[in-house]
Ligand binder design. Structure first.
Ligand code: MN
Length: 317
């Protein structure tokens, strides 16, 4: 079993622009000795917006909620829309709407400028909005790769039944956004080994997840209350698991287990409130990072050069 190192649940929400009310649960700029980039590598940042209600916005055309044009360089952004819709436009002319259940995997690579707003439909209509945005680091060999998108529709994500350990009964579903679940490959192509599993538990029971022993592992609990490795965990928590149990690859890859126990809360075994979780695991890249705002490079010299390029109009070239 991969033991729990810490449970992070005390973060306050803050606004990103006027559209995204998020808790930053992973931040590579934090220098907490017990929870820093070394523990989350290759994940740089995790912003979680719990369901937040927005009123209809009658001024959408002139004042959409969100963030206007800004740059990114040196990593990938992964946006998962759980409720509501995000529209996205970038400097290469790309435009799209990330609809409920969809995932946008954007490789910023050598540089991109983009804006992120509530979509026109959602903005005008209003409603509950919930999302995750992750920043996934790129290894130095691919930091300056061409920008690209993977627009993953919900229907493109391989779905796996999650079965109870004793009965074998299906108690939930896992959408494999990225990585490997036994013999099933995730929808996204990635530059390093990453698992990103969107997990929903709808019925009571215990089940076991298997994660590679060489990966850093985190689990976001979005909804529901459950036991993880026999420890009670509440919604809004980020579970930080202990360091990889294996550093070098062995001929046969080994796995650690994570035990999920979703207690019975109703007589018919159906949970009154389903649990929603996001599992993140990744092979550490193991390189130094030099980050500031929307740029994440390997060295301070590269970071300074990025700022010079940005100021002189050479960004992304
Ligand atoms: Mn952005």
């Amino acid at each position: 079993m991969r033991s729990i190192k810490n449970i992070h649940s005390d973060k306050e929400s803050h606004w990103v622009g006027d559209g995204f009310y998020v808790k930053t649960l992973v931040n590579h700029l934090e220098d907490n000795p017990d929870f820093n980039y070394r523990h989350t590598d290759p994940f740089l940042l995790l912003d979680y917006s719990k369901p937040t209600h927005f009123k209809p916005n009658p001024n959408y055309d002139s004042q959409p909620h969100g963030v206007g044009q800004h740059p990114h360089k040196g990593f990938e952004t992964v946006t998962i829309a759980y409720a509501g819709e995000i529209s996205h436009a970038d400097s290469t002319g790309g435009y799209g709407v990330i609809q409920e259940g969809d995932v946008q995997w954007m490789t910023a690579g050598r540089g991109i400028m983009h804006e992120e707003f509530h979509s026109p439909d959602f903005g005008r209509r209003g409603g509950d909005f919930s999302m995750v945005q992750l920043w996934v680091n790129l290894p130095s060999a691919h930091k300056l790769t061409d920008p690209k998108y993977q627009a993953l529709k919900r229907a493109d994500l391989p779905m796996i039944d999650l079965t109870a350990n004793e009965s074998g009964r299906a108690i939930g579903k896992v959408a494999i956004i990225a990585g490997e679940w036994q013999s099933t490959s995730g929808a996204a192509s990635t530059f390093t080994a990453i698992n990103m599993w969107d997990i929903a538990l709808h019925s009571a029971g215990s089940t076991t997840l298997q994660v590679p022993s060489t990966h850093n592992v985190m689990l976001l609990v979005q909804e529901g209350e459950l036991l993880i490795n026999n420890t009670p965990v509440a919604a809004g928590s980020l579970i930080q698991f202990a360091a990889p149990t294996q550093i070098e690859h062995e001929p046969t890859p080994s796995h650690d287990t994570i035990e999920l126990n979703f207690p019975t809360t109703a007589t018919d075994g159906q949970a009154s409130n389903p649990a929603k979780l996001l599992l993140l695991s990744g092979e550490p890249i193991g390189e130094t990072v030099a980050g500031y705002g929307p740029f994440v490079m390997n060295t301070q010299a590269e970071l300074k050069q990025t700022f010079r390029d940005y100021q002189t109009g050479n960004f992304g070239k």
